[in-house]
Design a protein around this ligand. Structure first.
Ligand SMILES: Nc1ncnc2c1ncn2[C@@H]1O[C@H](COP(=O)(O)OP(=O)(O)O)[C@@H](O)[C@H]1O
Ligand SMILES: Nc1ccn([C@@H]2O[C@H](COP(=O)(O)OP(=O)(O)O)[C@@H](O)[C@H]2O)c(=O)n1
Ligand SMILES: [Mg+2]
Length: 212
């Protein structure tokens, strides 16, 4: 009896996800990092001047808690401890928000916070950031800003703030180093007053100026 040889596998037409495409739109994504450094504050300015849509991973996670989602309790516990929520949860929220929005330019604030966030986002979405905006600020200044924020956040207390900074150093800095090796990091001195920080931000975003 002859050996039965498997027929060569038919090459099925795989769904090819093209780089930086979201459905049929090509998107520009900028990651914004640096804990308690004024990311949200500066993102609002960028939205106003350069026509980006601001997506804060932290805000999306907090909205998910409020919506009564089945993941709500888990997310709340992670935030209270300053820990990073599993990527699948955060990426789903970011992806949904990008798909829902007609814009093609997004500021993704507070993400990717660790290697798992970074790798999973690139694998799932095939989107690479145009660059990473890193607001650099000392731990002391970050503490001062977060303790004065007064938004009633469960994680803006000294104990959680210290944990968040430790997580930033251990988990988020390696992500910044990863992109720095690709020459994609634009580091900004965030210790200066808000308008001065925005002057530096403006210089970086000039190529994305809205056509008037
Ligand atoms: N350059 C700055 N100097 C002083 N305070 C700032 C500056 N930028 C932001 N803040 C204040 O610091 C707090 C944290 O800012 P926020 O934009 O929420 O930071 P992040 O999103 O990085 O945590 C807010 O109360 C904000 O008003
Ligand atoms: N990619 C992310 C972003 C936020 N988070 C959680 O949300 C918390 C608050 O994030 P945030 O970005 O709103 O905080 P700030 O850096 O803006 O003060 C983090 O400390 C994490 O617990 C997360 O798990 N994964
Ligand atoms: Mg913020």
């Amino acid at each position: 009896m002859g050996t039965v040889v498997d027929a060569p596998a038919v090459v099925t037409e795989k769904e090819v996800v093209a780089e930086n495409m979201l459905g049929d739109k090509k998107v520009t994504v900028v990651f914004v990092l640096g804990p308690g450094s004024g990311k949200g504050t500066q993102c609002s300015n960028i939205v106003e001047h350069f026509g980006f849509t601001h997506l804060s991973a932290g805000d999306l996670l907090r909205a998910e808690i409020k919506s009564g989602s089945e993941n709500g309790t888990m997310i709340e516990n992670m935030i209270k401890e300053g820990k990073i929520v599993p990527s699948e949860v955060t990426i789903k929220l970011l992806q949904q928000a990008m798909i829902k929005n007609e814009n093609d330019k997004f500021l993704i604030d507070g993400f990717p916070r660790n290697e798992e966030n970074r790798a999973a986002f690139e694998n799932v979405t095939k989107i690479s950031p145009a660059f990473v905006l890193f607001f650099n600020c000392s731990e002391e200044e970050m503490e001062r800003r977060l303790l004065g924020r007064n938004e009633g956040r469960v994680d803006d207390n000294i104990e959680t703030i210290r944990k968040r900074f430790k997580v930033f150093v251990e988990s988020s800095l390696p992500v910044i180093e990863y992109y720095d090796a690709k020459d994609k990091v634009k580091k900004i001195d965030a210790a200066k007053p808000i308008p001065e920080v925005f002057e530096d931000v403006k210089a970086i975003f000039a190529p994305y100026a809205k056509a008037t």
